[in-house]
Ligand binder design. Structure first.
Ligand SMILES: [Zn+2]
Length: 66
C-alpha cells in the first residue's frame, strides 16, 4: 500500500514540476508564451482575438516580438 502511494506522489510531482525545454540550437531555455493577436473579421470591422501558444528562445524571439 505504502509503495503505491509513493509512486502516485512521484507521478504528481512530475506532472506539476516546471518543464524547461532547452533549445538545441542556441542552448537557451525555451519559453512558452501565449501570443494574442487582434484582427478584424469580415466587413463589419468586428474585432476578434486569437490566442496562440508560441515557443520562444533566442533563435526566434526577434521574429515573435518584432
Ligand atoms: Zn534557440
Amino acid at each position: 500500500m505504502a509503495r503505491k502511494k509513493r509512486s502516485f506522489a512521484d507521478k504528481v510531482a512530475k506532472g506539476t514540476g516546471p518543464r524547461l525545454e532547452i533549445c538545441p540550437k542556441c542552448g537557451e531555455g525555451i519559453q512558452v508564451i501565449k501570443l494574442v493577436k487582434a484582427y478584424t473579421f469580415g466587413e463589419k470591422d468586428s474585432l476578434r482575438f486569437k490566442g496562440k501558444m508560441v515557443k520562444v528562445c533566442k533563435c526566434n524571439e526577434k521574429d515573435v516580438f518584432g
